[in-house]
Design a protein around this ligand. Structure first.
Ligand SMILES: [Zn+2]
Length: 354
């Protein structure tokens, strides 16, 4: 039966919307809704240097490729400014859980960088930041049928003593009695990788591991495959944020497979930061065909003006992935989640039973 293009679009949207998705790489501090930024700025008299929400949109979203990763990272500061109290941080965390649920996400791992959120805010402690995130996730999970894990982030270029202090605070909460304490499951290193060596972060990463956190690290985004190798071999990362440049070295691809590592891919993000110059240059399909495990993620949904359904539509249209392919990708992403085996088993039985 013939149908017009609108129906076709609706049909495509429906199956992608309905797919059970596992998102492992989403930055809380890079994904504040435009309306939320505007409302908090008004309520708390935060000067963002704009007069209207239209002007705000221009400075808090990246919709065209920028000249460098650094330029994209600069836009994060607009989102950072409104994460200015425990309550507002809880709101942003809650809204991220709500947005993920609306995209069909059944398991979300949300990450945040206490040291980055705290910059310029003497009144805000790491305790406030972590509690805000935990409170927001608690509210989100009470209202929506979704499992959430949390990943703390150490920031490259930040004072090492601050990264260490924030990590120790995350570990304190992980072992504490907040109802969401057991959701603090991972630790990451983010921001520019170029100019940094893995060894510089060995002690920090070992402290996270000793504290029982799983490790994922941004690598091979603004650097090359050799950095991914070091991230795997020196820091022992279980997962790699992006890792796009791994594709340039077949030996690193073999290493990823040998170690059963997992790449957290974000196609639009990689295009916006010029990690790839065109969407169709992204190695996602080649990685799939080579049997490398990966997940599909937004990275910074609101900052990049996208949602996860958009990413799936883009990937389906550009690379021809089928529903069965997406199911396999998500079933595999679930196995690489940092959440407990009990939680993963529940999600597996419900959505990914063959
Ligand atoms: Zn990221």
């Amino acid at each position: 039966m013939a149908c017009d293009s609108r129906d076709e679009h609706t049909t495509q949207f429906d199956w992608i919307q309905a797919l059970p998705k596992v998102e492992t790489h989403l930055h809380l501090d890079g994904s504040v809704r435009l309306n939320t930024i505007w409302e908090i700025a008004q309520t708390d008299s935060i000067d963002l240097g704009v007069e209207s929400i239209e002007e705000l949109e221009k400075i808090c979203t990246v919709v065209e490729p920028m000249s460098s990763l650094q330029e994209v990272l600069d836009v994060f500061w607009v989102h950072q400014k409104v994460m200015n109290s425990k309550e507002n941080i809880a709101r942003v965390a809650y809204e991220n859980v709500e947005d993920a649920f609306n995209d069909g996400v059944v398991l979300l791992e949300l990450r945040f960088a206490p040291t980055f959120i705290a910059v310029g805010k003497d009144h805000l402690s790491y305790d406030d930041i972590i509690e805000g995130v935990l409170d927001g996730v608690e509210k989100g999970m009470a209202e929506y049928d979704i499992e959430v894990g949390l990943i703390g982030i150490g920031v490259r270029g930040m004072d090492p003593a601050k990264n260490k202090a924030a990590l120790l605070d995350i570990l304190k909460y992980k072992n504490g009695d907040h109802p969401m304490s057991n959701r603090l499951v991972g630790y990451d290193l983010a921001a520019k990788e170029a100019g940094f060596e893995s060894d510089e972060f060995l002690e920090l990463i070992n402290t996270a591991k000793d504290g029982g956190l799983h490790i994922t690290i941004h690598s091979g985004e603004d650097t090359d495959a050799a950095h991914v190798r070091n991230t795997l071999e020196i820091l022992g990362a279980e997962r790699i944020g992006h890792g796009v440049k791994s594709w340039d070295d077949p030996k690193v691809i073999d290493l990823l497979k040998e170690r059963n590592s997992h790449l957290e891919l974000s196609v639009t993000s990689n295009w916006l930061t010029k990690t790839v110059l065109r969407i169709e240059d992204h190695p996602i399909k080649k990685l799939f065909e080579a049997g490398v495990s990966f997940s599909i993620n937004t990275d910074d949904a609101h900052l990049m003006g996208i949602n996860l359904v958009h990413e799936y539509e883009l990937i389906e249209k550009t690379f021809g992935f089928t529903k069965a392919d997406f199911m396999r990708i998500n079933a595999d992403a679930l196995e690489h989640s940092f959440l407990s085996e009990a939680i993963k088993a529940k999600v597996r039985d419900r959505y990914f039973r063959n």
